[in-house]
Design a protein around this ligand. Structure first.
Ligand SMILES: NC(=O)c1ccc[n+]([C@@H]2O[C@H](COP(=O)([O-])OP(=O)(O)OC[C@H]3O[C@@H](n4cnc5c(N)ncnc54)[C@H](O)[C@@H]3O)[C@@H](O)[C@H]2O)c1
Length: 252
């Protein structure tokens, strides 16, 4: 494994599980250190305990003070932030008539607000250090219609739009890109697939796999590769881009 992240520090949100935990593992394997934030601090610390030099902190990314304090704590402990991966989020489906404004605001506050707050807090640090890279997480729900998924799709579309605009503002020192994953096996999707399979996880997983060209669901490592590429100097001429690791689903 090459050491693309030697001497560098990644701050990742939603990192007690799934995509961000996989990105943190890969970043560490390639020589970097990581700060793992999750609303569930125990989960963040459990992942951190397996990674050399890592710290795990409880942080609700929808909280302005929470993000500010977590970024300050990361700087105090690890001394720099070179990369950020904004993956904190939750799935929430349902007919639009059943959505309250509070439920909608939470969807927007965590996904869009959390991404905004982390970017706002790390950008001055990265600029002062002379450079940095941010990857935000949208979804194929920002590209294609899905049943009863309008608020999530709206939040993910906002993250994609925010990323494109911020890329211009953050340039030339900081690059900002977005990934829009397809169906990836994580703590978020497994319960959904089980439900959709009528209680049968294998059936639900096979149904999800049937929707793309490669006829398998993605694993968290399928996202860690592209994300770590975008966070690395290998992607030094890429900013404002959308990468779609979805097994080809959105082309069908
Ligand atoms: N798994 C997929 O198929 C898929 C596809 C497209 C996009 N995504 C997106 O990827 C991101 C990561 O999801 P995942 O699949 O790894 O799910 P996951 O449930 O495994 O991990 C998400 C983590 O975010 C944390 N979290 C939730 N709300 C938070 C908050 N307010 N503040 C801080 N942490 C919070 C959770 O505790 C959890 O540990 C999400 O934004 C999700 O919408 C996932």
């Amino acid at each position: 494994m090459t050491k693309r992240f030697e001497g560098k520090v990644l701050l990742a949100t939603g990192a007690g599980s799934g995509l961000a935990a996989a990105v943190a593992r890969r970043y560490t394997q390639e020589g970097g250190r990581v700060v793992l934030l999750d609303i569930d601090g125990d989960k963040a610390q459990a992942v951190a305990a397996q990674l050399p030099g890592a710290i795990g902190l409880a942080c609700d990314v929808a909280s302005e003070e929470g993000v500010r304090d977590a970024v300050a704590a990361a700087m105090k402990t690890l001394g720099r932030i070179d990369a950020a991966f904004n993956a904190a989020g939750h799935a929430d489906f349902g007919p639009i008539e059943e959505w309250t404004l509070e439920r909608w605001n939470r969807m927007m506050g965590v996904h869009v607000g959390g991404t905004f707050l982390v970017c706002k807090n790390v950008l001055p640090i990265m600029r002062a250090q002379g450079g940095g890279a941010i990857v935000n997480v949208a979804s194929i729900a920002a590209i294609v219609a899905q049943p009863f998924n309008a608020p999530y799709g709206a939040a993910k579309s906002a993250i994609a739009g925010f990323t494109r605009q911020l890329a211009m503002e953050a340039a030339p020192l900081v690059r900002v890109n977005v990934v829009a994953p397809g169906r990836i096996r994580t703590g978020m999707t497994e319960p959904l697939w089980k439900m959709r399979g009528g209680g049968d996880m294998d059936k639900g997983t096979a149904q999800a796999a049937s929707l793309n060209m490669l006829k398998r669901v993605g694993e968290a490592e399928d996202i860690a590769g592209p994300v770590c590429f975008l966070l690395s100097d290998d992607a030094g001429f890429m900013t404002g881009t959308t990468t779609v690791p979805d097994g080809g689903e959105t082309l069908l």
